[in-house]
Design a protein around this ligand. Sequence first.
Ligand SMILES: CCCCCCCCCCCCCC(=O)SCCNC(=O)CCNC(=O)[C@H](O)C(C)(C)COP(=O)(O)OP(=O)(O)OC[C@H]1O[C@@H](n2cnc3c(N)ncnc32)[C@H](O)[C@@H]1OP(=O)(O)O
Length: 217
Amino acid sequence: MQFTLEDITADEVERRMAVYGPLADTVRDLIDAVIRTEVDETVVTEANARLTAVVESLRANQIDGAFGVRHTAEGIGMPWGNAVIGLRNAIAPPLQVLKHPDGLVTADFTLGAAYEGPPGCVHGGVCAMLLDHVLGQAGSADDVPCYTGTLKMRYLRPTRLGPLHAEAIITEREGRKKIVRGAISDADGETVTAEGVFIVPKDWAGVMPESARIPPR
Ligand SMILES: CCCCCCCCCCCCCC(=O)SCCNC(=O)CCNC(=O)[C@H](O)C(C)(C)COP(=O)(O)OP(=O)(O)OC[C@H]1O[C@@H](n2cnc3c(N)ncnc32)[C@H](O)[C@@H]1OP(=O)(O)O
């Protein structure tokens, strides 16, 4: 498990974000449209044929395997395949995680039909995935990366699909372990809380080079 240096300028990062971000946004919109469409089935069949051609055009030149977590020499993170924040990943909402000076990390986001579990509500596994990430980024907010060791969730009440907020902060440290707590909230307050033990890998300096120690935006 290694972070990858991609030696490009900040301007080139911005340029690529402007190309791939809108593509993923359109695919995200497509996912929602596929779930909710009520058009005639012939239109559905035609749409599938057109989309199959689009997929084929994109597959004409591909990397092997997953995107990886790339960073520039200046420390700009490009975790663009990430399931929660990935710019190029249409499955990711994507969360824009903000890091505050006191170590708190926060994200405001909206979950639609693609994240449903119980009727009209967010799937419990999606809540766990988002909190795993937000707690993980809070755990790494001191620029010392850590992996989820144990994650405990408490589902207080159903989380309705719609606008939501998540936040997390390190509350305790013990050797390589960091205890991180956080929650997802809607307009009426917390719906899910989480507590995790996040562990700094023994060889973390080898896993993550100095130049990569700026968390992705
Ligand atoms: C380009 C820039 C990008 C930047 C991105 C940054 C943001 C990214 C954020 C994304 C975030 C997304 C998050 C993700 O998706 S992270 C992905 C999901 N997590 C994993 O895949 C982790 C897999 N597990 C491991 O790699 C190892 O087991 C780890 C590293 C966790 C520990 O293996 P290690 O060999 O190091 O452990 P040790 O035996 O020396 O024990 C050390 C201490 O830890 C205690 N312990 C051990 N295991 C557990 C456990 N499971 N629960 C609680 N405690 C545990 C143990 O008792 C001991 O404590 P003590 O006895 O000393 O008190």
